[in-house]
Structures are given as structure tokens and as C-alpha cells.
Design a protein around this ligand. Structure first.
Ligand code: BG6
Length: 465
């Protein structure tokens, strides 16, 4: 085969990503316990788009064979799923649910049979309800329960699963649950938010520790972070400082401890200055230092554009990260008009160059990138979604990823968010992202045009312009 203009390595990971609560369904089946999403929907259904709750999914629990066959047919050599903690260990601690073991075994075996490598994530926003009731990540004991859960999963599935992730986007439950009121438990309190963020890193490091101790053959352990490159409005020092602080809070608060093994000193100094340092125990620094990751998943959707604060906050008001910056609506920025997020493909390259230069060029991959579209039915022609906009979106991001690889970045793969259209937290089915559309009544799957395109590029490991 002749070399193409955008040729990726032969062992590049092509695939897509999902999460348990968003696709499994069967919340009351197979002995699964409740998580915070089941509960929040019970008490406040009006907080969910069209009042659609998590029980209304694409039903992967019963249709995984069909979905895996589709992945195979449409060019996947890898696929990310998450384990539902409350399915594997109902209540979060104690006995392992054998029906869940059997379900995940079947899924993993089926993937391997179809030569699709399973990438398994342990936590995607879905805290077991019982553990939230004792404080969730605010309660340090929960980090030990999480370590035990992680150990159980490694022992059960580590003979076949070689790529493991401790958390997906751990900043999101902090922002949603403790700062900006878009996830349960809907608390707005920065001090508690920083404690939650800190305990998440402690839980992560404990899981990495147990993973390394078990010595899983050929196993890699990582974390998945939503990195939002933080661009200042101008070269003006005040704008640059604002962008630096946003970067500290939203990227480096997880990236630095997970990859480098320590927190940025600037962040610690800032929190100390405002009396918001979390409670830290004596051996924590060593735990974090000794348990850095092997592999980083990068979720990239859009950048963060930042300017210096125009009005200084009331120093007696509640402390918030956005005391230090304002978001900046850059004139002329291109928007995904169907979702309202900026499209800036070069961001993917800037992230990779940053990892190469400042994070010892750690092995990484794009673990999520994708284009959400409202009312996607309007693009159906002859029964198929004609998502040319998604093809353009993926292709343009891949071009920048290719450029980063040419420049020596260790980017190993690309996973689209998401496989089949799925339920997405408080947004439910508002934004569609999948390669496959799903008829929510019959659950029938239909490949979109992008699925055909993706099959071709993954088979040829690249494309010409
Ligand atoms: C990602 C999350 O950041 O965004 C997914 O990891 C989520 O879980 C996706 O579904 C899309 O979000 P939304 O709000 O556009 O549906």
C-alpha cells in the first residue's frame, strides 16, 4: 500500500469510548446496587433533559454482542468501557456480585474474540449511593473502599484486560457536585471541592499502588483527564496570569500529581493563601510520588479562553476558582453550532506538545474527542444519519494529532466519544455523539455515515486529504 498523506502507525489504537451508567441500562437487574444518578433522578427528575433518567439507555447489558459485532465491522481494534462499581460490589464495599462478574467476563471475552482490545475504566462519575451517603470522596475511608474495589477488578479481569484507568475526568464530579451544581450532591463549596479533588488523587494513587503490587503481566495503568488548553486573551501579564491559574485548577490539579508525582507549588501556595488547602496526611506525598501512571488518556473537546478578571470579587464572598479569571468569548472563534462548544482542532496538538515537553513525553492517546449534535434526526436521509460534519471534525483533529506524532509525541491512539448514542448525565439524550444511532424504542442500531468513513481510515491506518 502506498504511503498516505496522514499515515498513522500500524499499531495505532482506533476505537471509541463509553461508560457503564450511560450504556448498560438494567439498573435493577443482575443484582446491581444504586448509584448517585439513580437516586438524583428519583428525587429531582426535572433536573434531567426532558426528564429522562439513567434507566433509559441503549441497553448494552443485553445487547453487548450486537454492539461488539458492530465495532468489529466498523474498524475498531480497541474499545473503552467502564465497570459499574455498584454493579460489581453493590453498596460499594463488601461482597462481590457474581452476576456482575459473569457479565463483565462475557463482555471482555467477546471483545477479545473479535480482536478488540478492552480498555477498562473504574470510575466514570458513578459513585455508589451508600458511599455518597457517608460523604463520598469527602470521606477518606472511601479511598480505601475504592482501592479494594480496584484490586477486585484487577484480580478478576487483569488476566485479559491490559489497559486500566482509575478515573475518567475526575475534575468533573468536583465541578459538578461541589462547585457549579450540575451533579449530585449539588453542593457549592470550594473548600469541600478541593478536599474531594484531593481524595480522588489519593484514591487514584492507592489503586495504582495495588496494581503495581499485583504485577499484572503486560498491564498498563493510567487515568483519563479532560485537558482544556488554557489560552490567554493577550500577552498582557494579567491575562497570562489568569490563564495560568485556570490551567492550575482545571488541568494541572490532576495532571501533575498523576504524571509527575507532585502538585504544582503555585497551586498549593494559592490555596494556602486563601485558607483552602485540603487536609493532607503525613505519607500522602510519598504515596503520590511513588505511584505515577504509565499511560494517559486525554479527552479533548474544546479549549478554555481566559482573560483577566474585570471586576474583582468580594473578598468576603465565598471563594471560587473563578475569582482569578473570566472566560473570554474570543471574537471569530468557530463554534459547533449544534452543541455550543468551540471547535479548535489545534488544541489537540498543543496538548500533545505540552506532554512531550513538560510531562516526559508520557505514552498517551486521545481517549475522547467528538461532536455532540442536538436533534440529529434532521440529518437522516434514507434511514441513515449523514454526519459529514462529524467526519470533518474527526479528520481535522486527526491531522493535528498526526502532526504531533511527526514531531515526536507519544500519541498511541484515537477513540471517539462515543460508540452508540447514549444517555449523558443531566443532558440525557440532548446531544448525540455516536458512530451508531439508536432507536430508543426498539433499541435498533444504525451506523451513521461517519462509521463507514472510520472503518476505511482504521483499515488503512490513515487517509489522504
Ligand atoms: C464527556 C464525558 O466529557 O462528555 C461523557 O466523559 C459525556 O460522559 C460527554 O457524555 C458529552 O457530554 P454532553 O453534556 O455533551 O452530553
Amino acid at each position: 500500500m502506498t504511503e498516505q498523506q496522514y499515515q498513522f502507525p500500524k499499531d495505532f489504537w482506533w476505537g471509541s469510548a463509553t461508560s457503564a451508567t450511560q450504556i448498560e441500562g438494567a439498573a435493577d437487574e443482575g443484582g446491581r446496587g444504586k448509584n448517585i444518578w439513580d437516586y438524583w433522578y428519583e428525587i429531582e427528575p426535572e433536573r434531567f433533559y426532558n426528564q429522562v433518567g439513567p434507566e433509559y439507555t441503549s441497553d448494552f447489558y443485553h445487547r453487548y454482542q450486537e454492539d461488539i459485532a458492530l465495532m468489529k465491522e466498523y474498524g475498531h481494534n480497541s474499545f473503552r468501557l467502564s465497570i459499574s462499581w455498584s454493579r460489581l460490589i453493590p453498596g460499594g464495599t463488601g461482597e462481590v456480585n457474581q452476576e456482575a462478574v459473569s457479565f463483565y467476563n462475557h463482555v471482555i471475552d467477546e471483545l477479545i474474540k473479535q480482536e478488540i482490545e478492552p480498555f477498562v475504566n473504574l470510575f466514570h462519575f458513578d459513585m455508589p449511593l451508600e458511599l455518597q451517603e457517608i460523604g463520598g470522596w469527602e470521606n477518606r475511608d472511601v479511598t480505601d473502599m475504592y482501592q479494594q474495589y480496584a484490586k477486585t477488578a484487577f484480580e478478576l479481569f487483569g488476566d485479559r484486560v491490559k489497559k486500566w484507568f482509575t478515573f475518567n475526568e475526575p475534575i468533573v464530579p468536583v465541578e459538578g457536585g461541589y462547585l457549579y451544581n450540575f451533579h449530585y450532591p449539588n453542593i457549592v463549596d470550594a473548600k469541600r471541592a478541593f478536599q474531594v479533588a484531593y481524595h480522588t488523587i489519593i484514591a487514584h494513587a492507592k489503586a495504582v499502588k495495588v496494581f503495581k503490587k499485583l504485577g499484572i503481566k503486560d498491564g498498563k495503568i493510567g487515568i483519563i483527564l479532560n485537558l482544556t488548553p488554557s489560552y490567554p486573551r493577550s500577552e498582557n501579564p494579567a491575562d497570562k496570569r489568569a490563564a495560568h491559574i485556570a490551567d492550575l485548577f482545571f488541568n494541572r490539579s490532576f495532571l501533575d500529581p498523576a504524571v509527575l508525582g507532585y502538585y504544582p507549588q503555585d497551586l498549593l501556595d494559592l490555596l494556602a493563601e486563601y485558607g483552602h488547602l485540603p487536609e493532607i496526611e503525613g505519607d500522602d506525598a510519598a504515596l503520590i510520588r511513588e505511584n505515577t501512571i504509565d499511560l494517559l488518556g486525554v479527552n479533548y473537546y474544546q479549549p478554555r479562553r481566559v482573560k483577566a478578571k474585570e471586576h474583582l470579587p468580594n473578598p468576603h464572598g465565598p471563594f471560587m476558582p473563578d475569582w482569578f479569571f473570566d472566560n473570554y468569548e474570543m471574537p471569530g472563534r468557530r463554534m459547533n453550532e449544534y452543541r455550543g462548544w468551540e471547535i479548535y482542532e489545534k488544541g489537540i496538538y498543543d496538548i500533545m506538545i505540552n506532554l512531550r515537553d513538560n510531562y516526559h513525553n508520557i505514552d498517551s492517546f486521545i481517549s475522547e474527542n467528538g461532536m455532540g449534535v442536538q436533534n440529529e434526526e434532521r440529518f437522516i436521509v434514507d434511514g441513515q444519519v449523514q454526519d459529514d460534519y462529524r467526519i470533518t471534525f474527526i479528520r481535522d483533529h486527526l491531522k493535528w494529532l498526526h502532526q504531533a506524532i511527526e514531531e515526536g509525541c507519544h500519541a498511541k491512539g484515537y477513540h471517539l466519544w462515543t460508540t452508540m448514542d447514549n444517555w449523558s448525565w443531566a443532558n440525557a439524550y440532548k446531544n448525540r455523539y455516536g458512530f451508531f444511532s439508536v432507536n430508543l424504542e426498539t433499541k435498533e442500531r444504525t451506523p451513521k455515515k461517519s462509521a463507514y468513513w472510520f472503518k476505511r481510515i482504521s483499515e488503512r491506518h490513515g487517509f489522504d486529504d
